[in-house]
Design a binder for this molecule. Structure first.
Ligand code: MG
Length: 384
């Protein structure tokens, strides 16, 4: 009986996720783009993002983040995409370019057939999720431009109905933490603190010496023992923390399920969730999931994950890597109605090369331009 009920819930949730997908191929393609002879042309270029501050999370410090920018040209239009490659994810500019060289879009007659094209791209090799996202985002941008609408409208979302974005404060000295906190005041309504080390309480106290803004914390798997984690969470709640991301190692799901059951704060999966197939296993383990385009191969799968998680009664947040406004603008299309957002990636860099979604009163708001809503702000030398 229990098994049947579980299967029913699963199939209902899957159906809900599928039904919620926008159906574009029926009638959405304007005639002028149906000439049947145009071919999609994919090109790319590596690019290094310069971080405004050295960024430390549990285990790593860095000053730059490598990305690969992509472009798909078709019938006089251009769609832009991005793969962001922080070192802990295992992809590099070289591995992304190697992957992109294998992508042959010439067999596809219509860029709007996103599901079909992305099924092919996903099948080229396992993993490579950021490389796949770079194709997915460029395709969405292109398809949106062909249709003449931004994706938030095609998803049926109100682009203003979004949660405040967190602004991330990395693990650092008290002085630097206070300086970064002061930088955020007036611009952000919630801060995100990287914890998971011996200095967690010191970090929180340093921020609290400057502001009483709500805080999200991300332990990046850093707490190793569940009772220690629970004690810390109760202490954090007293300090005005409102959510906890990935408190313990990603495979320790039994401990995390116990922690979620005992915790006075919602617990979100980040490292424990990558793609759509992970979502249903995490019901009852975490309160919610952190969806990132670079983990899940892009917008087509992020949209399904969002709908499945919500159908399962889970909370959802939209996250990001350090990315240009290209990747952030793509994420900004589909996060209306979510519970939390961590979309400060483009605000942490000094050499953004796209104009797109912008910080407005603490929220990242998508533009009204079609597709993912971006324009390059300088010449980008795409090639193959
Ligand atoms: Mg995280």
């Amino acid at each position: 009986m229990k098994q049947n009920r579980r299967q029913f819930i699963r199939s209902t949730a899957m159906a809900a996720a599928t039904l919620a997908l926008p159906s574009l191929s029926m009638n959405a393609t304007p005639k002028q783009h149906m000439n049947g002879t145009a071919k999609m042309k994919l090109s790319w270029t590596p690019y290094d993002l310069q971080l405004n501050h050295t960024f430390t999370i549990s285990g790593f410090s860095r000053k730059t983040t490598p990305v690969v920018l992509t472009r798909i040209e078709y019938d006089g239009l251009e769609g832009y995409g991005e793969a962001s490659l922080p070192p802990y994810l295992g992809e590099t500019q070289a591995s992304v370019i190697e992957f992109l060289k294998k992508v042959d879009l010439s067999a596809f007659s219509d860029p709007v057939h996103l599901e079909e094209i992305m099924a092919y791209v996903d099948g080229i090799a396992i993993n490579n999720t950021a490389a796949k996202a770079a194709v997915d985002i460029a395709l969405h941008d292109l398809a949106g431009k062909m249709i003449g609408a931004p994706w938030h409208r095609m998803y049926g979302l109100d682009k203003h109905d979004v949660p405040d974005t967190t602004f991330t404060i990395g693990i650092d000295s008290d002085e630097v933490v206070r300086e970064k906190t002061r930088e955020a005041l007036g611009r952000f309504h919630i801060l995100k603190v990287k914890v998971g080390g011996p200095d967690d309480k010191r970090m929180i106290e340093a921020i609290r010496s400057v502001t009483d803004l709500p805080l999200a914390v991300d332990a990046n798997q850093g707490w190793k023992e569940r009772w220690q984690a629970l004690d810390m969470i109760f202490w954090l709640k007293e300090k005005g923390v409102v959510m906890v991301e990935q408190p313990m190692p990603k495979r320790e799901l039994d401990h995390i399920a116990w922690l979620t059951g005992e915790s006075p704060l919602p617990i979100f999966a980040d490292e424990s969730v990558q793609r759509l197939t992970d979502v249903e296993h995490l019901k009852g383990v975490f309160s919610g999931i952190n969806i990132k385009l670079m983990k899940c191969t892009g917008m087509h799968e992020a949209w399904k994950m969002r709908n499945l998680a919500q159908a399962l009664g889970m909370k959802v947040m939209m996250g990001c890597m350090t990315e240009t406004s290209c990747g952030i603008s793509a994420a900004a299309q589909l996060y209306a109605g979510m519970d939390f957002a961590d979309l400060d990636g483009a605000l942490l860099i000094g050499n953004d090369c796209f104009d797109g979604a912008k910080l407005e009163n603490g929220k990242i708001i998508a533009s009204d331009l079609p597709g993912i809503g971006v324009k390059p702000i300088k010449e980008i030398a795409f090639g193959r």
